[in-house]
Each structure stands twice: as structure tokens, then as C-alpha cells.
Design a protein around this ligand. Structure first.
Ligand code: ATP
Ligand code: MG
Length: 394
């Protein structure tokens, strides 16, 4: 099995903490992904040492979340988050508590974790500490809450959505009692900040089993409290696949055209996401008319390919293959405005007109004329076109 660099660095950090007389282990997602032989995101270390004690052991640390017990250790190369064993004190409002209590034993720390597959620890000698049957749940591919699921979801309602996110990522089912508890408590998701909801859904968009995740989202009743008509559109997500979450948001907007503004507001989408959505939807609409040379010119390849996927995912038949998009784009006489043989200064020299918005109009017209093969991309030819066709007609 391939051991990532971060994993090795974490083991060196653990070694140094132990030499100072404290316990330390790798915890959480890294242990789960290690057992699953999946790509490990980040390796988190948990320790019996208090944050102040961790800072004494290492020479280079950053206080990234010291009130929650997390210190970032830089000594061994890659940064490693080291978090003091903790419990989460009292909960109110169905949200994670602001205050945490540090504890000296690992068991209490593992107990506060959401699911059995996320509640294991890995020691320096390669031993797995598995107090809640996480290994067996990994083998059986199930997401199961640690302890009583309703109690755990009432402590922090986001866990309900996390359960579904992990299902979508791993293709695991949700254990019966855990799923029932979500169905019962689904309304509590309203107490969770929309940004945190959106972060989990964004992870669903990038998951391997999106359709399955959405199916569980519907089955768990959670979709009732989310914006988007998932229940009636499940079929359109069957072959959906995305490497970045913007694609998921844009596709959700496409399927729910009347609700785009609600989607943007509810999931607190950023300007970058909004711009992306606008571009892809425009490209998609243009595709339905048939892309012109200008469309191939003005949209980026990734936008065109995504619009193409949108059509495919909705079972719209297209008379060309995805690979053709790049070919057409590469064969355009010019690929950017910089490649046009003329610019505003040429136009200014050819007339007595004052500088103004007409220049952009003329350059756009020149691009279209070149793209459509009406005129060659050459200064003299463009001058002729400009004086005879553009000025006379415009
Ligand atoms: P990812 O690969 O997405 O980072 P992860 O399992 O590392 O997955 P994180 O959100 O990074 O997930 O959290 C790290 C660990 O902290 C989890 O594995 C889990 O043990 C614990 N955890 C995180 N969020 C919660 C929560 N809301 N309730 C209980 N435990 C949590
Ligand atoms: Mg993580």
C-alpha cells in the first residue's frame, strides 16, 4: 500500500509528541481513507497534550484553531494539524458548540466523532484503535452514527447531511437506524447555516456516486428543506459527473430555471460561481440553437464541454462528439482577439472618427467576418473590408 508523504510526516510528529511523554495518534478521515486505500486528503493528529504543551514540543507552529485545541505543526516539512483530545461540551440549537472541553483520553475524543468509519485511530506502531466497529462498517460499506443517532443528530444536525455526503463519496449505504433517525430529525437541518449546508452539497457534486447521494437525500426527507426539485429530477442526475462543484451548481440551476435566484441565495453562491453558472447556461442555450463560429471563439473549451455534458445528462441527442469541440475550436482562423491582425489603432488611422464605442463594435464585426471566412485575417484585407463593407453599411 502506498503511504503518502503526509502520513509519514504525521508519524514523525507523533513520535516527537510521544517522546515528550504524551499520547498521539492519527485520527478521522485519514484512517478511514487509509483502510479504504483511497487518496488521503489531510492527515490529522490527535493528542493528549494540551495546545500549550504541543507548542513547547515543536519549534515552528501556527495557532490555527487554538480555541478548539488545534495547532498546526510545521517542523517536519508538511504542515500537520495536531488537535488535543476533546469533547464538545454542551450543545444548543442543534449546532456544534462554540466551546470544547479538553480531555486526556482518546476514547472520549473518538466518542464525539460522527460516524464509526470516522472514529478510528491509528497508532505509531500501526495498530488500529476501533472502539465502535468502524472497520467492520467499512467492510460492509455502511455509514453508522457513533452512539444513538437521534441524540447525535440533535447535537449537530449537519451530521445528517455529512452522512449522505460520505455515502455519495464512498458508495456506502446508511445503516437503517441512522437513516431512520435522519428521517425523523430532517427538519433540524433548518438550524444549520446555509454556508455549511452548501459545503456538504458541493462535496456531493464532486462525489463518485452523486445519483445515489441524491436518492438518499430524497429518501431521508432532507430535500424538503433544501432548494431544488430533486425528487422529480433524479433521473437527470443518473450520469452526472463533475470534477468541480461549480458544475453541480450550474446543472442544478439548469434543471430549476425558475429558481435560479433562490438557488444562488439559499446556497450563498459566490460571484465566481454565479459567473460560471451564467456562462455555462448561455453556452447551453446557444448549443440548442447550434453553436456558431463566434460561440466556439468566445466560450472557453471547458465551458463548451460542460454545456455539452449538460445536454448528454438530459439525454439530448447531439450530432457531434465531445472531442469534436476542441477540434473545431483549434481550427478557427483566430483563437483570441489578440490574434486579429488589426486593433483599435488601425481603425482610428483609417477614419477621421473620434475614439468611441464604435471601435469595439467594429472589432467584433471584424472577428465575426474573419471567423466566418468572409475576410482573411490580414491587415490590408481587413482595411478593405472595413472601408467598403463596415463603414458603408454601418
Ligand atoms: P474529508 O476527506 O472530507 O476531509 P473527513 O472525515 O476528514 O473527510 P472532516 O470534516 O475533515 O472530515 O473532519 C475530520 C474528522 O472530524 C471526521 O473524520 C470526524 O471524525 C470528525 N468530525 C468532523 N465533523 C464532525 C461533526 N460535525 N460531528 C462529529 N464529528 C465530526
Ligand atoms: Mg478532513
Amino acid at each position: 500500500m502506498k503511504v503518502s508523504n503526509d502520513w509519514r510526516v504525521a508519524l514523525r510528529v507523533i513520535d516527537r509528541i510521544e517522546k515528550s511523554g504524551f499520547e498521539a495518534v492519527i485520527v478521522g478521515g485519514a484512517v478511514r481513507d487509509h483502510l479504504l486505500q483511497r487518496q488521503i486528503n489531510d492527515v490529522d493528529v490527535a493528542t493528549s497534550a494540551l495546545p500549550s504543551e504541543v507548542k513547547e514540543i515543536f519549534s515552528s507552529t501556527v495557532d490555527v484553531g487554538i480555541e478548539h485545541g488545534t495547532v498546526l505543526v510545521l517542523d517536519e516539512g508538511e504542515p500537520i494539524e495536531v488537535t488535543t483530545y476533546r469533547t464538545e461540551g454542551t450543545y444548543s440549537d442543534y449546532r456544534r458548540p462554540e466551546e470544547v472541553a479538553f480531555v486526556r483520553n482518546l476514547e472520549e475524543d473518538l466518542q464525539r466523532r460522527d460516524f464509526t468509519i470516522n472514529a478510528m485511530a491509528f497508532t505509531k506502531d500501526g495498530q488500529i484503535i476501533d472502539l465502535f466497529g468502524g472497520k467492520e462498517d467499512i467492510e460492509n460499506k455502511v455509514i453508522r452514527a457513533v452512539g444513538n443517532p437521534n441524540v447525535r443528530f440533535r447535537e449537530d444536525a449537519l451530521r445528517m447531511l455529512r452522512a449522505i455526503r460520505f455515502s455519495a463519496q464512498l458508495g456506502f449505504s446508511i445503516e437503517e437506524e441512522t437513516l431512520k433517525a435522519i428521517q425523523i430529525d430532517s427538519d433540524l437541518i433548518d438550524f444549520i447555516a446555509n454556508e455549511r449546508i452548501a459545503m456538504e452539497i458541493a462535496k456531493i457534486w464532486k462525489s463518485k456516486y452523486v445519483n445515489y447521494g441524491l436518492q438518499l437525500l430524497i429518501e431521508s426527507n432532507l430535500t424538503k428543506y433544501l432548494v431544488g426539485n430533486f425528487a422529480e429530477q433524479l433521473d437527470y442526475w443518473r450520469t452526472f459527473k463533475a470534477e468541480k462543484s461549480e458544475v453541480g451548481w450550474a446543472y442544478l440551476c439548469l434543471l430549476n430555471r425558475q429558481e435560479i435566484q433562490n438557488i444562488i441565495d439559499f446556497y450563498r453562491l459566490s460571484n465566481k460561481e454565479k459567473n460560471y453558472i451564467r456562462s455555462v447556461l448561455n453556452a447551453f442555450d446557444a448549443l440548442r440553437q447550434k453553436w456558431t463560429a463566434m460561440d466556439y471563439f468566445s466560450y472557453e473549451l471547458e465551458i463548451l464541454e460542460t454545456a455539452y455534458h449538460f445536454a448528454r445528462w438530459q439525454n439530448v441527442k447531439l450530432p457531434f462528439e465531445k472531442e469534436d469541440i476542441q477540434v473545431v475550436k483549434n481550427n478557427l482562423p483566430i483563437k483570441s482577439i489578440e490574434e486579429l491582425a488589426i486593433n483599435g489603432n488601425h481603425l482610428m488611422a483609417w477614419t477621421t472618427r473620434k475614439r468611441g464605442p464604435w471601435i469595439k463594435v467594429a472589432l467584433d464585426a471584424a472577428i465575426i467576418a474573419v471567423l466566418n471566412g468572409y475576410v482573411e485575417n490580414d491587415v490590408d484585407k481587413l482595411k478593405e473590408w472595413f472601408l467598403n463593407d463596415f463603414i458603408n453599411e454601418g
